[in-house]
Ligand binder design. Structure first.
Ligand SMILES: Cc1cc2nc3c(=O)[nH]c(=O)nc-3n(C[C@H](O)[C@H](O)[C@H](O)COP(=O)(O)OP(=O)(O)OC[C@H]3O[C@@H](n4cnc5c(N)ncnc54)[C@H](O)[C@@H]3O)c2cc1C
Length: 303
């Protein structure tokens, strides 16, 4: 089988030579050979064997808020989850609240809706502009919490079959998990609790205010490098004198040194070259090798 077989089966759900980098929050970078939009588990089952035998790597795109896609075209099948994958449901048992969230739902949307329903424990996610799928892969976190604190199960489509992952199997670490590039996250169950709506609302607004005051706007993908043990990547980058450093269309933010802002119509390769420069300069000045927090398509991992 090939991309042609998938194209015939998928019809208008598959786009050839589709923009991919432009769909990330950097809004730069190249295209993929094909982009498939899936709206339900039924569609995944229907197209499952064509996807499994497509003959090229698969690359899932959430909100692209932690992703740098190299310029040019990539011989991969991009997949986006929409429709039913953007839904969630809330149930309760004797231990608290269980939220079954589709992989495509936005974290800020889910965080706000749960808060309004009196479900607490997911407020931290209001300022993280990713999806549940991307957040599980990355073990996204902030404000003293992370996905690992509440995920009790993840369901993926792996090697052509559904798979349920327990927290032990997910091996969540700092911005990492055991989920690999061939595991398509379909949904996650979060264990949260009932709480006071007004208190939860207050927490949301404090987090949003903190983000506005401390993080830059513009085309960026959040923190570029993970914090080293007992230190802060931003502090080390600033100490290396890199605020405002520029490579082509990419600049180290003046507001937060661990953010790169790229110009409209800029280049992903500029972002990557600036990252390499930052990594090199921090190693020279402080002896610390920073590890990239971003995921890449068509570019080597900066680890
Ligand atoms: C302004 C800003 C602030 C941010 N603040 C934070 C923060 O405080 N804390 C934090 O942790 N992160 C932060 N981020 C980074 C980012 O939002 C998170 O890493 C988020 O979890 C990425 O989710 P995404 O859906 O955008 O994933 P993407 O960037 O689309 O993808 C990231 C990785 O996950 C994979 N992936 C995505 N969806 C799936 C799926 N359904 N199945 C399998 N693999 C999938 C992709 O292939 C890729 O490897 C910030 C980003 C921005 C732009």
């Amino acid at each position: 089988m090939s991309i042609e077989s998938l194209a015939i089966a998928a019809g208008s759900r598959l786009q050839h030579h589709a923009e991919f980098g432009k769909k990330t929050t950097y809004r730069v970078g190249g295209s993929v050979r094909a982009l498939l939009t899936l709206s339900s588990l039924g569609e995944l089952s229907e197209l499952g064997s064509e996807i499994a035998n497509v003959g090229m790597p698969i690359f899932l795109l959430g909100n692209g808020s932690n992703l740098l896609v190299a310029d040019g075209e990539h011989e991969v099948l991009g997949i986006v989850l929409q429709g039913e994958f953007e839904e969630y449901s809330v149930t309760e048992d004797t231990h608290g609240v269980l939220v079954n969230a589709g992989a495509g739902i936005d974290l800020p949307v889910l965080s706000r809706r749960l808060s309004a329903e009196g479900v607490t424990g997911f407020e931290w996610a209001v300022g993280v502009p990713g999806t549940i799928g991307g957040a599980c892969v990355m073990n996204a976190g902030g404000h003293g919490s992370d996905m690992a604190a509440s995920v009790s199960e993840v369901v993926t489509w792996s090697a052509g079959a559904l798979k349920q992952w327990s927290p032990e199997q997910l091996i969540f670490g700092y911005r990492s998990s055991a989920l690999g590039t061939s595991d398509i996250v379909l949904s996650a169950v979060l264990r949260l609790s009932r709480g006071d709506i007004e208190e939860s609302k207050k927490k949301l607004s404090e987090i949003v205010t903190w983000r506005r005051e401390n993080q830059p706007g513009g085309q960026n993908a959040g923190s570029v490098f993970a914090n080293p043990k007992d230190d802060y990547a931003g502090k080390l980058i600033e100490a290396a004198g890199l605020k405002g450093a520029r490579v082509g269309s990419a600049t180290v933010s003046q507001k937060h040194a661990n953010f790169i802002i790229v110009d409209t119509d800029g280049s992903a390769n500029d972002v990557y070259e600036l990252m390499k420069y930052m990594q090199h300069q921090v190693l020279e000045t402080s002896g610390v090798l920073l590890r990239s927090e971003h995921r890449f398509l068509g570019l080597g991992d900066l680890t």
